[in-house]
Write a protein that binds this ligand. Structure first.
Ligand SMILES: O=c1ccn([C@@H]2O[C@H](COP(=O)(O)OP(=O)(O)O[C@H]3O[C@H](CS(=O)(=O)O)[C@@H](O)[C@H](O)[C@H]3O)[C@@H](O)[C@H]2O)c(=O)[nH]1
Length: 382
């Protein structure tokens, strides 16, 4: 299958591009390398030393014998997007190419606006290009579980049957996101749903939970293929941050009372979920939503798991209640449905001590690359 992986230089995109290439798909990475620029803006870095994109792709060719094409392009540049669709005629367009950090979108007004402009405009361009140049292309779009927030009812997969004043309808599940970033994904979902309805586009919105882990079967093949590993308070996410904190002997930064519960998944499941979506395309005009996570944890549970794995490796770390920079619910109900991907064959990699230990060891081997001043949060929601 001809597949474009937009955002293929990022944390989810790079291992996905490798995985799909390994499976024999004809993969093109489209990326504007902005994630690397943001590292410079924030003075941050990946714990793992990652190569430049062209070097990574050349290493992949050497290791696997397979070609991944690369186009350096910004999805907010419509001429570039149109040219890509005209030339490649992708069967699936996997769209990871968005600014994905909640704290980044909350830095200030400028960052909130840039986050909206980049994400919403990029996705609109993709929708228009599909309509104009590749109407049969299946859009596989990375959404987020954060679109739903933490409602006091079960979270369905995108849609909910509602009975109201004696009438019934199947309506989009209500959204209550927790940051301007998460809101961009809500706007994208609405725009995609509308485009499916009016133009007959086929789309799958993958509402992904918080991703943890680092390596996949493909990145493990050669050190030059290693994935990026964020730990800073802006781009690092809960479990991976705790792992790096444990490796450097920093107290684990549990925000507030740590009862905040979210859906989580291993990066090894992210790549498989994308493959499942591509190989089972939505129908023309169908806007399909899959909740992409495998397990639910509270932040405190995660920190305790990391503390235990660290102790087993001789590292003594403490959980530290950290003033929560965000505005979010504690001690809330959380129960989200995630059966669609399982029904299509996803076999989850669950969070085991062995897996935590693997990632912890990578962090311990790279502690010299960790900038301690990036660990504590500085961006606040208020
Ligand atoms: O040091 C930390 C970091 C985070 N948290 C807590 O962990 C939870 C998750 O935060 P996160 O930073 O791991 O994840 P989030 O900001 O929600 O964003 C990440 O996970 C989202 C999926 S979800 O959370 O919306 O399901 C994706 O959309 C985003 O791209 C990705 O950056 C929050 O309650 C946060 O308060 C801590 O307690 N301590």
């Amino acid at each position: 299958m001809k597949i474009v992986v937009a955002g293929g230089d990022g944390f989810c995109g790079w291992p996905t591009a490798l995985y799909l290439s390994q499976k024999g798909h004809d993969v093109t990475i489209v990326d504007n390398l902005v994630r690397r620029e943001i590292d410079e803006e924030l003075g941050s870095n990946s714990v793992t030393p990652i190569l430049e994109l062209e070097e990574r792709v050349a290493a992949w060719k050497e290791v696997s014998g397979k070609d991944i094409a690369v186009k350096i392009a910004d999805l907010t540049d419509y001429d570039a997007v149109a040219a890509i669709f005209r030339e490649i005629q992708p069967e699936s367009f996997v769209h990871f190419a968005e600014h994905r950090s909640a704290p980044y979108s909350m830095i200030d007004r400028e960052h909130a606006i840039e986050n909206h402009r980049n994400n919403v405009e990029g996705t609109l361009n993709v929708l228009w290009a599909i309509k104009d140049f590749a109407p049969d292309c299946h859009l596989v779009k990375l959404g987020t579980m954060g679109e739903y927030g933490q409602p006091n009812i079960d979270i369905e997969e995108g849609w909910i049957e509602i009975e109201h004043k004696g009438r019934k309808d199947r309506l989009p599940f209500p959204k209550a996101p927790g940051s301007f970033y998460h809101l961009t994904k809500v706007h994208d979902s609405d725009n995609i749903m509308f485009a499916c309805r009016i133009w007959g586009i086929r789309a799958t919105d993958l509402n992904q939970g918080v991703v943890y882990g680092l390596e996949t079967d493909e990145t493990r093949l050669d050190p030059r293929l290693v994935n990026r590993f964020d730990y800073d308070a802006v781009f690092g996410t809960a479990l991976n941050r705790f792992i790096v904190q444990a490796a450097i002997g920093h107290d684990l930064t549990v925000y507030g009372n740590g009862s905040q519960t979210r859906g989580y998944l291993d990066i090894q499941d992210t790549v498989r979920c994308i493959e499942i979506a591509c190989e089972n395309p939505a129908d023309r005009g169908e806007f399909r939503v899959y909740n992409q996570f495998t397990e639910q944890f509270s932040v405190k549970e995660l920190a305790e798991k990391v503390q235990k794995a660290a102790r087993d490796l001789g590292l003594d770390v403490e959980l530290a209640t950290t003033e929560n920079p965000r505005v979010e619910k504690y001690d809330h109900y959380y129960n989200a449905v995630n059966t669609n991907l399982l029904d299509l064959g996803l076999e989850p990699h669950l969070l085991t001590d062995e897996h935590l230990t693997e990632v912890l060891k990578v962090a311990m081997n790279n502690t010299d690359r960790v900038e301690r001043e990036l660990v504590m949060p500085t961006v606040t929601w208020k």
